[in-house]
Design a protein around this ligand. Structure first.
Ligand SMILES: Cc1ncc(C[n+]2csc(CCOP(=O)(O)OP(=O)(O)O)c2C)c(N)n1
Ligand code: SF4
Ligand SMILES: [Mg+2]
Length: 299
């Protein structure tokens, strides 16, 4: 991670890991000052640098992030890029996105990627790894990982995921869990927590709609799965832990130990009908209690 790439955006208010450096931020000067107006100004004034802009995140100045304000799918993606940069793996990685809001993000990245059909990234990633895999430790390179939504991964893609896990494919599955189908209007997904309102459960999910699926916990029961964890990016501390989980997942793949998986809880403010800041508080107060963070299987 070079010094140039660490220059960049302040992500969170409050706590901090890395002290601010000389910034050459792509944000307009008014936004860097936190001059955003309204209720959010005080929070922005407290911002400090937690992570810079990885080299693989390109053309931010020319291509604004194609997601809603407050969406954390780009934040989670940044954690992935941070890890790739730290490991020096950008040139050895192949990203396989599914279908969802995150599908546009790979076009902004300086990474090889192959788009998958909805829910099928584990199938495509398995094929890519088997065809291109080379080197020691059970075809360690290239590093092949999926980037999927919760709907993509465990609704339409449940069969693909479960069978890749059963086959112990040497790939990494990354699931961005915003607990709904963000792209299509915020419908309930298999991971919607009890009590969470969606466009198809406007009064909040109740057991009448079934119970949420906890994916890393489920995968941890598979013999073919070597690593399973859940992180969040709603606070700087959680962001750093999530980075560590993603790094362990990639290291697991490079050691040829079988399927590795990390779920990352992400906010979806418009579909949750919340402000971005309230979305982060909601994750802490209502989602993490039902989706505990941590490692469920691993070294
Ligand atoms: C075969 C097929 N079925 C349905 C759709 C419509 N569709 C597009 S994205 C999506 C849900 C995506 O939800 P999720 O994976 O959670 O991603 P998010 O948008 O929340 O990031 C659906 C149902 C589709 N594109 N293709
Ligand atoms: S709908 Fe939700 S997941 Fe999609 S871009 Fe907007 S905030 Fe992100
Ligand atoms: Mg989703």
């Amino acid at each position: 991670m070079n010094g140039e790439s660490r220059e960049g955006l302040a992500l969170f208010g409050g706590v901090l890991g890395v002290p601010p450096k000389a910034l050459k931020s792509p944000l307009p000067a008014s936004r860097e000052r936190g001059d955003t107006g309204g209720e959010r100004t005080s929070d922005h004034m407290q911002r400090q640098l937690v992570a810079g802009r990885p080299d693989a995140w390109m053309r931010l100045e020319f291509n604004p992030i194609p997601t809603c304000p407050g969406c954390q799918e780009p934040t989670a993606t940044r954690a992935v890029l941070d890890v790739l940069e730290e490991m020096g793996m950008e040139g050895e990685a192949i990203l396989v996105p599914g279908v969802g809001c995150h599908s546009l993000i790979p076009f902004m990245l300086d990474l090889d990627h192959v788009m998958s059909a909805h829910g099928r990234p584990p199938d495509l990633a398995s094929a890519i790894k088997r065809v291109l895999g080379r080197g020691a430790a059970d075809r360690a390179l290239p590093l092949v990982f999926t980037l999927q939504g919760d709907g993509d991964c465990i609704a339409i893609g449940a069969g693909s995921l479960v069978n890749a896990a059963a086959r112990s494919e040497n790939i990494t599955v990354l699931m961005l869990n915003n607990v709904n189908y963000g792209t299509t209007g915020g419908q309930m997904s298999p991971t919607t927590p009890l009590g969470h309102a969606t466009s198809t459960t406007p009064g909040g999910r109740t057991p009448d709609y079934g119970y949420p699926v906890r994916v890393p916990e489920m995968l941890a029961t598979f013999q073919g799965v070597a690593y399973a964890a859940r992180g969040a990016v709603n606070t700087p501390a959680n962001y750093q832990k999530t980075r560590a989980y993603i790094k362990k997942a990639f290291q697991t793949q490079m050691a040829g130990r079988g399927l590795s998986m990390v779920e990352v809880l992400c906010s979806c403010p418009p579909d949750w009908h919340m402000t971005p800041l309230n979305s982060l508080k909601w994750i802490e107060a209502h989602i993490i209690p039902q989706f505990p963070l941590g490692e469920f299987k691993g070294p």
